[in-house]
Design a protein around this ligand. Structure first.
Ligand SMILES: NC(=O)c1ccc[n+]([C@@H]2O[C@H](COP(=O)([O-])OP(=O)(O)OC[C@H]3O[C@@H](n4cnc5c(N)ncnc54)[C@H](O)[C@@H]3O)[C@@H](O)[C@H]2O)c1
Length: 415
């Protein structure tokens, strides 16, 4: 079989996929092109690889590629995905699939009108422990889910934050606290094969935590999602202190949870705990159990790939999807836009102090048209009608905050 020729947009996160492809022949991917319009990103390490470098996405699209990997700015993936699909390329998109509700619908339409694969590169579902939670859920170990919890808490100090948030309008400086909910919610959706039908959210603002940055947004939020089977999931993320990548589910028979403690790596120590109510256990089944998870046979080669192996698994799923020309259910365009919608509509809810906001079924082509009128965006470079990024309205960074940030941006851009 011929390798899939991949062009990558965005030479920061995007380079993880370049390395993965180079180091893992079995992924059947050959990165032939990389595009970034910031000249400093195309210098250094990236020049060592045998790939064509582009500054313009349209030019890269014209090159000899079968698929694109979108690792450009968080809120700007949709227009590039649509362009690529129209040009007959498969798309692997970083989070988030869509930056506005209108884009959610436009993306669904573009994928439906193409004969190409679209996949959201959501990697947190596919850790070793995540795959085992899915395996046990599918075996009905805890029964149908009633309640789930997902946390993606990624604390980062001001200097490190500024290194990855270059420029006043950079999305990390403006993304409302609900927007980056994918890593908390997507694994729960994957384990339980459910999707959200409504969302309530509360944001927590704390200016003190933004010192040393030009951030305008609240650090963290709590989101409640009602799922299509009636279950409720609680999400917490993403810039609160206290690292936590953690998932828990209660079902009709019992519960299971990933390790709470950050004592053995990014996803904890790998020990899955399961509890089945004693009066519901079957013969030979334990009331409680705990064990270290292992990779299933097909992913044994995961090695040290990023995000607990999730980057490898995503790439393998994408590569197989392209081979079969069929988008994988996790995470196809519908699952992708549900995740975006929870972030966007969750923010609408947070601005109404947690009022519930319904999420329309994205497979209903008539109903979803209602969203074509909603193009609100909190990102100042979006060119769209704007919505505030913090509960408090607009935070004005101090002169000192700005100087701090600019010093670091200059160091990164002129090493
Ligand atoms: N799944 C994960 O674990 C994970 C981890 C990190 C980042 N991400 C995602 O990856 C994406 C990129 O994030 P990042 O951390 O690399 O930082 P980033 O957003 O600062 O990097 C984006 C890169 O794309 C380039 N770019 C933007 N618009 C462009 C255009 N029109 N033409 C050419 N180049 C363009 C920028 O110059 C920059 O180098 C985001 O969507 C983020 O959410 C995901």
């Amino acid at each position: 079989m011929k390798k899939i020729r991949l062009g990558i947009l965005g030479a920061r996160r995007g380079l993880s996929f370049l390395r993965l492809a180079v180091e893992n022949e079995e992924l059947m991917l050959e990165v032939t092109a990389i595009c970034d319009n910031a000249a400093f990103r195309l210098r250094g390490d990236v020049e060592k690889y045998n790939v064509r470098l582009f500054e313009d996405f349209d030019e890269m699209l014209k090159s000899d590629i079968d698929a694109v990997m979108l690792a450009n700015y968080f809120h700007q993936h949709t227009s590039f995905a649509i362009k690529a699909l129209k040009a007959g390329k498969h798309v692997l998109s970083e989070t988030t699939s869509a930056g506005t509700m209108k884009e959610c619908v436009e993306l669904c339409e573009a994928v439906e009108n193409s004969n190409k694969v679209y996949m959201l590169a959501e990697n947190y579902a596919f850790s070793k422990i995540g795959l085992e939670m899915k395996n046990q859920y599918d075996k009905n170990k805890i029964g149908e889910v009633l309640y789930g919890e997902g946390e993606y808490v990624h604390p980062i100090n001001a200097p490190e934050f500024n290194k990855i948030s270059i420029g006043d309008t950079h999305w990390r400086n403006w993304a409302p606290s609900t927007y980056y909910c994918t890593h908390a919610l997507a694994p729960l959706m994957y384990f339980t094969n459910t999707y959200p039908v409504s969302v309530n959210a509360l944001s927590i603002e704390r200016d003190k935590m933004l010192e040393g940055t030009v951030k305008r947004c609240d650090p963290v939020s709590v989101i409640l999602c009602r799922m299509n089977n009636g279950a409720v999931f609680r999400l917490y993320g993403w810039n609160s202190p206290g690292h936590s990548v953690w998932y828990r589910m209660h079902g009709e028979r019992g519960s299971m949870e990933a390790p709470r403690a950050y004592d053995g790596g990014y996803f904890g120590n790998g020990m899955l705990r399961i509890s089945v109510d004693s009066w519901l256990t079957e013969e030979g089944e334990h009331h409680t159990s705990g064990y270290l998870c292992d990779w299933p046979e097909e992913y044994k080669k995961v090695g040290t790939s990023g995000h607990g192996g999730g980057d490898y698994v995503v790439t393998k799923i994408f590569s197989e999807a392209v081979k079969n020309n069929k988008s994988p259910e996790f995470f196809d365009v519908y699952k992708g836009v549900y995740l975006s919608a929870v972030g966007i509509l969750g923010w609408k809810s947070a601005l109404s102090n947690g009022a519930p906001v319904e999420i329309i079924d994205f497979k209903d082509k008539e109903m979803r048209k209602a969203y074509l009128k909603d193009d609100l965006s909190p990102f100042p470079d979006s060119g769209k009608p704007s919505i505030q990024s913090s509960l408090k309205g607009e935070r004005v960074p101090s002169e000192e905050d700005r100087k701090n940030a600019e010093k670091i941006w200059n160091e990164i851009m002129n090493p």
